[in-house]
Design a protein around this ligand. Sequence first.
Ligand code: NAD
Ligand code: UD1
Length: 342
Amino acid sequence: MARLLVTGGAGYIGSHTAVALLEAGHEVVSLDNYSNSSPRALERVSRIAGRPLTAVEGDVRDAALLKRLFAQQPFDGVIHFAALKAVGESVSKPLAYYDNNVAGTLALLQAMQSAAVTCFVFSSSATVYGAPDELPITEQAPIRSTNPYGATKVMVEQMLRDLAAADAAWSVVSLRYFNPIGAHPSGEIGEDPNDIPNNLFPFICQVAAGRRERLAVFGNDWPTADGTGVRDYLHVADLAAGHLRAFDFARRRRGFTPVNLGTGRGVSVLQLVHAFEAATGRSIPFSIVERRPGDIAACWADPSAAARLLGWRAERSIEQACADGWRWQSRNPDGYRGEAAT
Ligand code: NAD
Ligand code: UD1
């Protein structure tokens, strides 16, 4: 049993990870400013796990709050999800991204260092690989950014690498997620985009629910089997389980370790649409439109380091992710906003 600080615990991936941590017997303190989430997600997390967690409303950039939190209780480690994540918005508001994602992480690491808490799991992203030279992508591939959001992940990874090199007390695992989709099988928690979804899976869910008329498929002239973009989609519950394994690894092993979390399988836009239709019985009308600027043709992980180092493998299928994502969407058509305050 360990006591963990989970920043961004009310968010999409943080809430699923909080369930997994509680179910494994750990104590969870969530720190979230709810800028892109609802405290209701945390109520549901406790309900699913059958155990309470501590929810602190606050900002990771608030050094005084962090100091108080670390003084109040001894933490065994920190899992750091809190960040802004919309690529397009990062291009128009770069300073907000550098502030939240880079300055926020810096404030957190400084508070941890002062409190001698040196076990850290970071939410990185496959976006750090930019347009990959080779597939599947290994952790040795060059790191680069093609937009300010990606740049924040590259910068934080540099900071973490330098910190672990400077001070042998630190154990840091940087998890490079590929494309998380789906929801907890209970249908109680899931992804709850505020606006028009940028990502494929939540957009498909909203078309299925009748909130959007049709999916725009961004190009069918990519050099892929069916001409549509290929990605490595993994069930968010598998991703959550990966954090547990990463934390266990970080408790045993010092230094900086980047690890891909993906399935190792590429799935095209049209394959995902068909899998969703088969798993849910809903039809997804779509039109082929121009390519999205900045997109790449294909991207999938070499997940062998996760298997070797963490003992982790993605176990759930795309069809399961579609069925679970649809259960969340159909039961919560307005996300957490649809629930009356209790
Ligand atoms: P999310 O927006 O659902 O969760 C992020 C949470 O952090 C939200 O609850 C938000 O309110 C909170 N937050 C943001 N800034 C904060 C701050 N300054 N102080 C306190 N709380 C703050 O996003 P998510 O999809 O769960 O992503 C979690 C992490 O994983 C992020 O770091 C993201 O960049 C990374 N990531 C996500 C994906 C993806 O496809 N969802 C892919 C790769 C990496
Ligand atoms: C996005 C982010 C990336 C992040 C990743 C994982 C962008 C530009 N990039 O990339 O930084 O690491 O998610 O969360 O947002 N598609 C459509 N129609 C849509 C939406 C998407 O055809 O309405 C296609 C895309 O062209 C792509 C695939 O679906 O081929 C997946 O898109 P998306 O879900 O946005 O993920 P990424 O492009 O991998």
